[in-house]
Design a binder for this molecule. Structure first.
Ligand code: FMN
Length: 334
């Protein structure tokens, strides 16, 4: 069974396989979600949208879609690829997604989601889970949420990740929909009280592991999105603190070094170091030299013919800046 105490949110363009490989170097246990992949891309697309690295496990595929037949077919593909879970996106408010009739607008159609769950579960043995909001538009009462959960849970889904804010489908951009509607954690706590047998993870606005600890007093799991992306080293203490794993924590520099074989391997396969390094910009967030690291990578990452030295040089520049800062500090004290 999957331990969902801590998970990293699905984020389009951000949590691709390179990002997830990198995050896995920082935490061995947090559950990682893919970007949303639409059923259309999987069924009709030319690219291999499901490719990932074995090192990423445990990893969940997030699907965007609402046709039960297509969703079952794609869940089957996910299982064949070895994904540990398949998740349905019932939270994304973008226009393009609404036209496809999936994402957050499905909160108004719990029967459709339930039909998807049933057909997917008939196809696969891996868990089928749902990521939703607490409401949409004028369907934003607690009772609207419980009706959604009631219907979907009755189809056999026992795991919900709830972004603790509603989505305004008219008038707010996707980005605004992640910030403007207020967070209502109490709604999600109340849901867990009402449905104690369901696994309920909370998502939205979580910024520290102390926040996580607090939410875990009421809930089964916490999903973190933007904070992990902008400050990935937040995951460093997760294994010690939430998974009873006392493995030695890698320093930030060790994380960089541990990425080098992968970057080499990916370059050999035709990737550019920037495809990987762009997800590592925040690694030294809040540290001396953190801005120098970020700037070095951004300024050099997209140059032609840049190779593995992008990362080793960036690290050298950073360590140099750090030791200068330390020297200055000790001279001040001395
Ligand atoms: N949510 C999804 O369910 N599927 C997505 O593909 C997805 N893409 C996102 C892309 C970006 C760049 C961001 C910032 C968020 C995205 N989200 C997506 C929403 C996040 O999964 C999460 O619900 C939201 O950011 C709130 O959590 P946070 O405050 O911890 O970031």
């Amino acid at each position: 069974t999957i331990n969902r105490t801590i998970s990293v949110a699905p984020m389009l363009d951000w949590t691709d396989k390179h990002c997830r490989y990198f995050l896995r170097k920082i935490s061995q246990h947090a559950l990682l979600y893919t970007e949303m992949v639409t059923t259309g891309a999987i069924i009709f697309g030319k690219g291999d949208y499901l490719a990932y690295n074995q090192e990423e496990h445990p990893v969940a595929l997030q699907l965007g879609g609402s046709d039960p037949t297509d969703m079952a077919r794609c869940a089957g593909e996910a299982q064949k690829y070895g994904y540990d879970e398949v998740n349905i996106n019932v939270g994304c408010p973008s226009d393009r997604v609404q036209n496809g009739r999936f994402g957050a607008c499905l909160m108004a159609e719990p029967e459709t989601v339930a039909a998807c769950i049933s057909s997917m579960q008939a196809e696969v043995d891996i868990p089928v889970t749902v990521k939703s909001r607490i409401g949409i538009d004028d369907m934003d009462e607690y009772e609207d949420l419980t009706r959604f959960i009631d219907v979907v849970a009755a189809s056999g889904c026992d795991t919900f990740i709830v972004h603790a804010r509603k989505a305004w489908l008219k008038g707010l951009s996707p980005k605004q929909n992640r910030d403007v509607p207020p967070l209502m954690y109490d709604r999600v706590y109340q849901l867990k009280q009402q449905f104690p047998d369901l696994h309920i993870s909370l998502n939205g606005g979580v910024k520290t592991l102390d926040d996580v600890q607090l939410h875990l007093n009421y809930l089964d799991g916490v999903m973190i999105g933007r904070e992990v992306y902008s400050n990935p080293y937040i995951l460093a203490e997760v294994d010690n603190r939430f998974y009873q794993d006392n493995a030695v924590i890698k320093t930030r520099a060790e994380v960089v070094m541990s990425m080098l074989p992968y970057v080499e391997q990916q370059i050999a396969l035709g990737a550019r170091p920037w495809h990987i390094a762009r997800h590592m910009l925040g690694l030294f967030q809040g540290q001396p030299g953190g801005r120098i690291w970020r700037r070095y990578l951004s300024q050099n990452g997209t140059k032609a013919n840049v190779g593995i030295e992008l990362l080793t040089d960036a690290l050298e520049v950073l360590l140099d800046a750090q030791s200068k800062a330390e020297q200055f500090q000790s001279e001040m004290i001395g």
